[in-house]
Design a protein around this ligand. Structure first.
Ligand SMILES: [Zn+2]
Length: 309
């Protein structure tokens, strides 16, 4: 049995994956704030899974952890996980002694990409675009995650597409994330509410000019990210995931309209058939936790290769 955890800013999602890839147990709990509380959350999630009757006689082979922030390739160290109150934390070293199995740590969006590819099945290349508080992407080809030289592949949220656009938290102007990241869009909206992006879509439907502008910018940013993924990696499909995709067809229609606008004047862009290549990850699918389990399993496999020479 391989365990996978998706440690998010508010909740942690954990799954147990059988050797055939089936998810046999799942648990969710609130994520604590700060390094010590994050470690305790992870240990509690693993205990919660192990208490499931489905795991009563199971042998735990590995634990994989998906977490926001920068992960140096090959290390278990997390940096700049601001949504968790973590500046720097050697997460693998902090949890491995208590767990007693190989632990691997990966950026949550990269883990979600691998999990989404596994849930879809097949070996087609796939771009995964995470529409959450921030915005980032990852690419999976032939079932393998593209990490880049320093683990930074896919940070397309900080491509500037509008030199006159809003200032981004990274310091540039008009980044894709400044136009379409949930945090940036909510800040520009400036009104309280539990689901500000939904509020913006509702207000735009009712004719509010400021909301229409924000909704158009959001769709423009998502459409730009889709073009970047297809034009750089020629992925067959771009899968949209993350909290904003709960808007479903309302989001899809806005993004499709922006893709069609950009293709209107360009036979080249039309030939890419971008609208047909976009899918939304089913709401509630445990893509990141599943992907983390698959990444953890790589660590267990490598250890076996080493021990058997
Ligand atoms: Zn930026």
């Amino acid at each position: 049995m391989r365990l996978g955890l998706d440690v998010g800013g508010t909740k942690t999602d954990a799954v147990a994956v059988a050797p055939d890839g089936a998810i046999v147990a799942r648990t969710r709990l609130a994520t604590g704030w700060g390094p010590d509380a994050v470690v305790q959350t992870i240990l509690a999630a693993v205990s919660g899974l192990c208490a499931d009757p489905a795991l009563a006689t199971a042998d735990i082979r590995s634990v994989g952890i998906g977490i926001p922030g920068r992960i140096e390739p090959g290390s278990g160290r997390v940096e700049h996980a601001v949504n968790l109150g973590v500046e720097t934390l050697d997460l693998a070293a902090a949890v491995a002694p208590a767990l007693g199995v190989p632990v691997r740590v990966e950026n949550d969006v990269k883990a979600a990409a691998l999990g989404a590819a596994s849930l879809r099945g097949g070996t087609q290349s796939m771009g995964y675009l995470n529409l959450g508080t921030g915005m980032a992407a990852a690419v999976v080809t032939d079932g393998v995650l593209w990490r880049g030289a320093r683990g930074g592949a896919g940070e397309i949220g900080h491509l500037s597409i509008d030199p006159a656009g809003p200032v981004c938290r990274c310091g540039q102007r008009g980044c894709i994330e400044a136009l379409a990241g949930g945090g940036a869009v909510s800040a520009r909206w400036g009104k309280p509410g539990a689901l500000p992006i939904r509020d913006i879509f509702d207000a735009a439907d009712a004719g509010d000019a400021a909301a229409v502008r924000l909704r158009t910018d959001l769709a423009r940013g998502v459409a730009a990210a889709i073009r970047v993924l297809v034009l750089t990696a020629d992925v067959d499909t771009v899968v949209l995931g993350g909290g904003i995709t709960a808007l479903g067809t309302r989001l899809e229609a806005q993004v499709a309209a922006q893709l069609e606008t950009s293709a209107h004047e360009s036979a080249f862009l039309r030939s890419l058939q971008l609208v047909d290549r976009v899918e939304i990850l089913p709401v509630g699918a445990p893509a990141a936790a599943l992907g983390a389990a698959l990444i953890g399993a790589e660590a267990a496999d490598e250890r076996e290769v080493l021990s058997h020479g």
